[in-house]
Design a protein around this ligand. Structure first.
Ligand code: ADP
Ligand code: MG
Length: 360
């Protein structure tokens, strides 16, 4: 039997809402046990600082300064979790530190997650695996999504085919077939377009409870135009940068109609993913912040016409699943196991990844 190790996973997603941290004990293979988890929101200053560097160069002084602040914020979140749960640092074998993606252009073999793994190792006294996406992209893969192997470990006993949909800033799906074959890719926008619209209308940071969308009418012609984007017909694996689907020009929508239209767009984009699956999934399980938006969940149920349920229905935790995934991948790194497969990112063969920053 392979050794169980306890790891901390960290995720700062493209929604820029904050840091998710989760504990996970695993052998890096089939056995996974979820531990405590926490979400700590970013303040306005950190959100604005992240927004300011999105899509820009990775190696500027300003980015280095922000990476340091971001790393210190991650260390604080780890300390908070360990303190809250009275867990000794010595119990943690490794940290999986995703960092924050500011640029993702796999076709140019570029992907940039900011965060300083060596500094985090020093601050916490725990070994840190970071830089999860570079090796994949350099090998010709998409570098994303990286949670699929964790989805497959969690879903081992569930009926297949199954689709696991993560609605973060960008949405991504993992299709798992009857023989545990996998296909994963970004489906299109997740919450980011809706969030950006709300901010643009001065209506806050998100469509809380999907209320605005519920009060609006879908602009069908704008929706058709948005869905005419060539991305949806591209054969997967494929992935997106946060702002690949920017808001169309200056639409003359009311805040409500804009929210309704962009919510419909996100759901319809997910529905377009089905054309790429080898076999229709009997069920969709949804994780990520988007599952808290009832308007988006009903739009999805309507668009997919099969059961769509939050992952909690099968005992998973939808808010910390991505953080758990990076704990799992950090453990796999320790055993030199692949982090991505031809079906999940398009790498030519199962590929290892991540970089070790030793605490000592
Ligand atoms: N109660 C809610 N109502 C509507 N949307 C929500 C709610 N809670 C979270 N969200 C959405 O989920 C997003 C955060 O999702 P998350 O999974 O953390 O994304 P990421 O991985 O990109 O950070 C928020 O920005 C918001 O759009
Ligand atoms: Mg988040």
């Amino acid at each position: 039997m392979t050794e169980l190790r306890t790891a901390i996973g960290l995720m700062s997603g493209t929604s820029m809402d904050g840091i998710d941290v989760a504990l996970l004990s695993s052998d890096g293979r089939a056995e996974v046990h979820q531990g405590a988890a926490l979400a700590v929101p970013y303040d306005g200053e950190m959100k604005a600082a992240l927004r300011a560097v999105l899509g820009g160069r990775c190696n500027t002084k300003a980015v280095a300064n922000l990476a340091e602040a971001l790393t210190r914020a991650h260390a604080e979140v780890i300390n908070l979790l360990l303190k809250k749960k009275s867990i000794n640092t010595g119990k943690i074998k490794v940290i999986g530190f995703h960092g924050h993606t500011i640029l993702h252009q796999p076709e140019l073999r570029k992907t940039c997650q900011i965060g300083d793994g060596a500094l985090l190792a020093t601050l916490t006294g725990i070994d840190v695996v970071d830089d999860f996406r570079t090796a994949d992209v350099m090998a010709g893969g998409q570098g994303a999504p990286l949670a699929p192997l964790y989805h497959a470990a969690l879903a081992a006993a569930l009926p297949k085919p199954l689709a696991v949909l993560n609605i973060g800033g960008v949405a991504n799906v993992t299709w798992i077939g009857r023989n545990d074959d996998m296909l994963a890719f970004d489906t299109g926008p997740g919450n980011a377009l809706i969030d950006d619209w709300l901010r643009r209308c001065g209506k806050g940071e998100m469509d809380q409870g999907g209320r605005l969308a519920r009060a609006g009418q879908v602009d069908q012609s704008a929706l058709s135009m948005l869905l005419a984007n060539g991305y949806f017909d591209l054969t997967p694996p494929k992935s997106l940068d946060r702002d690949d689907f920017a808001l169309p020009g200056a639409p003359e929508w009311s805040p409500e109609d804009g929210a309704a239209t962009l919510t419909a767009f996100t759901a319809q984009a997910v529905a377009r993913a089905r054309a790429h699956f080898p076999e229709a999934p009997a069920q969709w399980l949804v994780c990520g912040g988007g599952r808290h938006n009832p308007s988006l969940m009903s739009a999805l149920a309507e668009a997919l016409a099969v059961p769509v349920a939050p992952v909690e229905t099968v005992g998973w935790r939808g808010d910390s699943l991505e953080a758990e995934a990076f704990a799992y991948l950090a453990i796999r790194h320790l055993d030199d196991l692949p982090l991505s497969l031809p079906g999940t990112t398009g790498v030519p063969w199962p590929l290892t990844g991540g970089r070790m920053n030793s605490a000592s």
